[in-house]
Design a protein around this ligand. Structure first.
Ligand code: GAP
Length: 512
């Protein structure tokens, strides 16, 4: 097993052990790609959502929130294109009976070529040091050049055949001799399109019930409420509508823990602008959203933009913000310039006018839209996987520590009486009862204090406040920083201000 796989397994087991994430329906052997958030995971998720909401809604005068229903009129999904085009190409292996996304099988094959390229690049880099030019090396080294060209030919053919001819995707899989990862068999069915929406029914009896879908994105709830919000709040362009909420997709390849789930939560914002201004706002939102990520201090090198070469039918530009997950750089957030496609479609399908009246120009038009869309669960995975590490200590021992940004960590501080006697628990409880009004904190008196520190490190608690005998003399406590493990003594009545300075989202959001 590789280090990467080990690290990922470690993340999943740590998330369970410390009450962050559990497999859904575990006692019934689980439900694939569906997860429950435990006592600490729920708060971490709430904190990420709040951090997003504050930066998008509370801090922007021209962005307001919405909470639209999961169940919506079925025509919405016809208008949005989801009924006809929200498909993945699937292929079955006849021997193992396992189902795969045909494009993912080819992409995994290409990823192996890419890793050969990276290996050669790394070797050459260490050989040539400062004089090394990666692009030049790829162009001139015959073996690497060959890998590179082969990779591009395969990807080009995949994209063309996905669009025009699914039978050619099967031919490609056969030509590349891709085998079922489960059984090693190359006995494949034809490639078929598979719609990702979950269907459900509304109504009391089978024959009169209306067929509905569980929403596959929260965005459409915003589009169909565009005029309600604009008129009731007298909003002027440019303005945005944001919402967070559950979305459902019957993913064929649901794997990598909470990276790709069947039930997940999105945090989306649609920003409505005048036609012609979309490019400028698209660039602004790319910058703004990257700054939000960087404010959490998880390292600039762990993010990159990935512009889509081929954009969806409704978009005129699209970029992903990718994050370095334990399994490589992958999409964390999408920023899309969605033109006026969605509003125009809803105008056509509903038969109702969805136009904005511009009082300055005395004309009506359908606004253009810039969308920012991030998966809350995916953001959770980014933060959690980045934060978990094992550190070697000076005395030769090691500690597992979850270095969550303190603005997000579920428990902000733990109050620890040094001993369970001499009146120390009483003082600790008084501190706890005072602080709990402002922060989510915990109280822990079990085990030796060193073990309690380790437990809080693994839980991600940024501060431990210890009450000892000196507290009785001078009203001071020690406050221990999780990451540096440094301790300082402060007065009890300074704790609140100390925590506020470290945790207040204002300080974090203003970092970038
Ligand atoms: N409204 C646009 C939209 O839904 P998307 O790229 O399909 O675009 C946006 O999804 C974000 O939602 C992704 O960047 C990802 O973070 C998250 N997401 C999408 N599918 C997901 C899944 N199956 N599980 C977890 N998160 C998912």
């Amino acid at each position: 097993m590789t280090n990467q796989q080990d690290h990922f397994k470690n993340i999943i087991s740590h998330a369970k052990e410390y009450g962050y994430i559990f497999q859904s329906s575990e006692i019934y052997d689980g439900l694939s790609a569906v997860y429950d958030y435990g006592q600490n995971g729920t708060i971490l998720k709430n904190n990420i959502r709040d951090y997003w909401w504050k930066s998008m809604v509370q801090l922007n005068e021209n962005i307001v929130g919405l909470d639209s229903a999961i169940l919506m009129h079925p025509k919405i999904w016809k208008a949005s294109g989801h009924v006809d085009a929200f498909n993945d190409p699937l292929i079955d292996n006849k021997d193992s009976k396992k189902r795969y996304r045909a494009d993912v099988l080819v992409e995994d094959y290409v990823a192996k070529i890419e890793s050969k390229i990276q290996k050669e690049v790394k070797k050459a880099n260490s050989r040539y040091g400062e004089n090394f030019n990666k692009d030049e090396f790829i162009k001139t080294n015959p073996r690497v050049k060959q890998y590179y060209e082969r990779k591009n030919i395969i990807l080009k053919r995949l994209n063309t055949s996905l669009e025009n001819d699914l039978s050619d995707v099967k031919s490609l899989i056969e030509e590349l001799e891709i085998a079922c990862p489960e059984s090693g068999s190359r006995n494949w069915t034809d490639v078929k399109q598979f719609n990702l929406m979950f269907g459900t029914k509304l109504g009391a009896s089978e024959d009169t019930a209306t067929e509905l879908y569980l929403r596959p994105e929260t965005a459409q709830g915003i589009f169909v409420n565009f005029l309600n919000v604009q008129k009731s709040n007298r909003m002027k362009l440019p303005f945005g509508i944001a919402q967070t909420g559950k979305a459902f997709r019957n993913e064929i390849v649901a794997r990598q823990f909470i990276f790709r789930m069947r039930e997940f939560e999105q945090m989306e914002m649609q920003f409505f602008v005048k036609p012609g201004e979309q490019k400028e706002w698209y660039e602004k939102w790319k910058k703004t959203r990257l700054s939000w990520h960087l404010s959490l201090g998880m390292g600039q090198d762990n993010y990159r933009f990935h512009a889509h070469e081929k954009v969806a039918h409704y978009a005129d530009a699209a970029t992903d913000i990718q994050f370095r997950f334990p399994f490589g750089f992958k999409e964390l957030e999408g920023i899309h310039s969605r033109t006026n496609f969605d509003l125009s479609q809803h105008e056509e399908f509903s038969g109702k006018k969805i136009k904005y009246f511009d009082p300055e120009k005395n004309e009506s038009f359908i606004p253009y839209v810039i969308e920012t869309s991030i998966g809350l669960d995916r953001m959770f995975l980014a933060v959690f996987s980045w934060a978990l590490c094992t550190e070697k200590l000076e005395d030769g021992s090691s500690r597992k520590v979850l270095k969550l940004p303190s603005v997000l960590s579920p428990i902000k501080a733990s109050i620890l009486p040094l001993l369970k006697k001499d009146g120390l628990p009483k003082i600790s409880k008084e501190i706890y009862n005072d602080l709990k009004w402002d922060y989510n904190i915990s109280y822990d008196e079990k085990d030796a204090v060193g073990r309690r520190y380790r437990r809080q490190d693994a839980l991600g608690t940024p501060f431990c406040i210890t009450v000892d005998h000196q507290t009785k003399e001078d009203n001071t406590v020690t406050i221990r920083d999780r990451d540096s493990m440094n301790q300082e003594r402060i007065l009890i009545n300074e704790i609140n201000g100390y925590l506020d300075k470290k945790i207040n989202s204002k300080n974090w959001l203003q970092k970038n």
